[in-house]
Write a protein that binds this ligand. Structure first.
Ligand SMILES: Nc1ncnc2c1ncn2[C@@H]1O[C@H](COP(=O)(O)OP(=O)(O)OP(=O)(O)O)[C@@H](O)[C@H]1O
Ligand SMILES: [Mg+2]
Length: 485
């Protein structure tokens, strides 16, 4: 079952998801989701399935609205649009069309299929597939969603390294699209790689290594450049994470972190031409296990184990059991806040499709709790940087990444195939068992009772950035909440 549809439908769904989560007063009728936009009083309805779709506007009677009309209604509701907002949505819409037209036969490798399955992109972002204002011809040859693969570019130049870098001296691997954006040409071609779901991180199957590049293109909320600040943190984070993950793997066998080992760059273009070397996946995968991108499981691809699922409750219990306890342990036992959203987590499934391993990645989004003050002050030179967070802020981020931008979607994918399956009862049992075994941490106990969990407001963020305020999270119903209270 592939969830991919046409660009119109996908674009409307993303806007409806944003409205539903961030703006509207929501109610449901049989088959429909009703969205009342509080400022303008606009009344919308959408067909209610896995995703809301086919939006209609009430003007005495219901009549269909296009994705573009829906975007205009969003602007009316929220007030003067930030510069470029409607263009970004249109660009995202065209990008989906271009991807669908250029898509080739899926690769044989299931792991690659799962990484390259995100045609619709982030489902709760107004313009998920917009890639700056570049024409599709420039980026399509490097797009994961078309099943692209290409040789990495090599520059022969003076290089500087930090961390554990095992590359030939004087050679800098570069992303061909980044070179083109900088107006440079390659000196040679390197190994054949394929792009992962993040677009700017590619996998080299021969070396079993990932290369993460700077890509000066805005994708969802960020220009995907490797910033000096994040580069500086790569070696110290690797030092923190090695013992943390040794402990986590001892407690939860099969759990691994795909470590960013270090980076190489050239002094003349320190950020723009940096490359991060990340542990490959094969070295961490047990025999007989197939790693799959969590977000790929949610979106769907040919060979998705969810398509042949017979016991949804046992499957979801196994899924949550491999994914959740390691990140709770990283937080509570080690003060490490993992950005464990479903684009940063891979799940290993056994021959029957049951989850048995979890792999985490992405140093950049990781945060450290105050117990790491000495390191934070050391690396950030005594000035408070972005890496450290209070326990409350770290917990907010973890709940969003783990529950809202991960388990909610996997549960949705399971329930789309097995309507009515009480998957959240299974998830709750796993969280409750962790709490019981670890002295009932107050934050975790409150998560199990809270009516709401924090969701990142990707639509409102465009407006709040324009106004310079920092409201980033909105409340969203907590599916983990016990029904007995
Ligand atoms: N549900 C999702 N949540 C977050 N990002 C998503 C989601 N679906 C697709 N994406 C895409 O995945 C990427 C996530 O960004 P993130 O910062 O985690 O990764 P990255 O730093 O670019 O690369 P890597 O994950 O290899 O370290 C973005 O390109 C984003 O648009
Ligand atoms: Mg990521």
């Amino acid at each position: 079952m592939e969830a991919i549809s046409d660009p119109d439908r996908t674009t409307s769904t993303a806007l409806l998801n944003c409205l539903r989560r961030e703006v509207a007063e929501v109610s449901t009728t049989a088959g429909h989701l009703l969205l009342r936009l509080p400022h303008t009083g606009t009344l919308l309805r959408a067909r209610h399935g896995r995703w809301p779709e086919s939006p209609e506007l009430f003007t005495g009677t219901w009549h269909p609205v296009t994705w573009h009309e829906l975007a205009v209604l969003v602007v009316k509701e929220l007030g003067t649009a930030p510069v470029g907002f409607l263009d970004e949505i249109a660009a995202s819409h065209s990008a989906i069309a271009a991807i669908l037209a250029a898509r080739t036969t899926p690769p044989a490798d299931l792991y690659q299929r799962s990484e390259q399955a995100l045609v619709a992109g982030h489902r709760y972002h107004p313009a998920p597939k917009s890639r700056g204002s570049l024409p599709a011809t420039t980026w399509l040859p490097y797009a994961p969603e078309t099943h692209a693969s290409f040789p990495v570019s090599l520059l022969h130049t003076d290089v500087v390294d930090a961390g554990d870098i095992d590359l030939p001296p004087g050679t800098l691997p570069a992303h061909p699209l980044q070179l083109a954006l900088l107006g440079r040409t390659a000196d040679a071609e390197g190994p054949e790689v394929w792009p992962t779901s993040s677009v700017r991180t590619v996998y080299d199957p021969a070396a079993d290594l990932f290369y993460k590049f700077s890509l000066d293109i805005q994708i969802t909320n960020d220009v995907r450049r490797l910033w000096t600040y994040d580069l500086r943190w790569i070696p110290p984070l690797a030092q923190v994470l090695k013992p943390v993950f040794a402990d986590i793997a001892a407690t939860y066998p099969g759990t691994a972190f795909l470590l960013d080992r270090g980076y190489r760059t050239t002094p003349a273009a320190f950020e723009a031409l940096a490359v991060v070397l990340r542990d490959g996946i094969r070295r961490h995968t047990r025999p007989g296990v197939t790693p799959l991108l969590a977000a790929g499981l949610s979106e769907g691809f040919d060979g998705n184990p969810l398509d042949t699922l017979t016991d949804p409750l046992a499957w979801f219990r196994a899924y949550v059991s491999v994914v959740a306890p390691p990140v709770l342990h990283a937080f509570f036992a080690h003060g490490v806040v993992m950005e464990c959203h479903m684009q940063n987590v891979l799940v290993g499934v056994d021959a029957s499709g049951l989850p048995v391993q979890a792999f985490y990645r992405d140093h950049e989004g990781m945060r450290l709790l105050p117990r790491h003050t000495a390191l934070l002050s050391d690396v950030d030179g005594g000035v408070a940087g972005a890496r450290g967070v209070s326990e409350a802020k770290g917990w907010e981020r973890l709940q969003y990444c783990l529950v809202v931008n991960h388990l909610v979607e996997i549960a949705g994918a399971v329930q789309a195939r097995h309507p009515g399956a009480d998957v959240w009862g299974e998830a709750r049992a796993v969280f409750a068992a962790y709490a019981e075994e670890h002295g009932s941490p107050a934050l975790l106990m409150s998560l199990l009772e809270s009516p709401v969990v924090p969701a990142k407001a990707n639509l409102l963020l465009r407006w709040s950035r324009a106004e310079g305020t920092a409201s980033r999270y909105v409340d969203c119903p907590n599916p983990l909440r016990g029904t007995s209270s």
